[in-house]
Ligand binder design. Sequence first.
Ligand SMILES: NC(=O)c1ccc[n+]([C@@H]2O[C@H](COP(=O)([O-])OP(=O)(O)OC[C@H]3O[C@@H](n4cnc5c(N)ncnc54)[C@H](O)[C@@H]3O)[C@@H](O)[C@H]2O)c1
Length: 268
Amino acid sequence: MSEDRAPTPRPEDVSLAGRVVVVTGAARGIGRAVAETVAEFGADVALVDRDDAVELVADRIAATGRRTLVGLLDVRDRPAVGDFADRIGTTFGTVHGLVNNAGGTFVSEFMEANERGDAALVAENFTSVVDVTRAVVPLMGAGGSIVNVTSSEAFQAAPGFAVYAAMKAATEQLSRTLALELAASGIRVNAVAPDGMPTPGDAGLAAEVAERSRFLPPPRPPWGSTAAPEAAAGVVAFLLGDLAGFVTGASIAVDGGLQAAGGWHLRS
Ligand SMILES: NC(=O)c1ccc[n+]([C@@H]2O[C@H](COP(=O)([O-])OP(=O)(O)OC[C@H]3O[C@@H](n4cnc5c(N)ncnc54)[C@H](O)[C@@H]3O)[C@@H](O)[C@H]2O)c1
């Protein structure tokens, strides 16, 4: 087995200039922050969302000189995902990064949920990750980096979110296996597990939990405050870039210590 030395890290290794990154769920929240951050670091961006607000995000990025492509689609729609992958290939040729970020849930205890709701959660938070990854990996010519956005709920009980949390755990597991299978293609696969970022989606859920859940989460992360979604975007940009060249199969919590705390929390 060869023991190659890693090159000495240089400040310019944070750059994503000349790279193409695909980001799902890019209209708002963490996905919006990731799309804008990777563009700021120099990447061209293919943005996917079912919400047409994604066009505004793409326009803002294009105004900075980066190339953009918008896929206005639902990531649960496999044919639409395949068509968009074809458009990405035609437009950019090669893809270097994929951020599977689109996801979401609603509050419902397990025995009150129904088959339709379960199917939506599985498709949204797991099957779509499988489908988008299968569609995009063939566009990664000489290697790449995949970041799957999961949740601290993948590692702990999640009352009111049983199926969502199980699918996030499944995505964590998928990331580890793909890290092995895709290593021969030079593709790294990692997960980022966020929490404590009051995005539009997260704030809506928190309000629902406060109103009608039998269980309450810690009032704020041990760090002492919540964070803007840019906190996750910075870690995603690191994982996409050369500084993380030997990082694969890892999961990074970006949650102000919530996962580590295991329920311990500051007095309000
Ligand atoms: N904000 C947090 O603290 C937090 C905590 C745990 C996990 N997460 C995860 O981070 C990711 C982003 O969450 P967020 O907080 O930014 O949520 P958000 O609801 O604010 O944004 C999600 C974006 O994804 C898009 N999207 C959702 N489902 C889609 C679909 N089927 N097809 C196309 N687009 C779709 C939405 O339109 C929206 O623009 C999600 O996977 C979520 O589960 C976030």
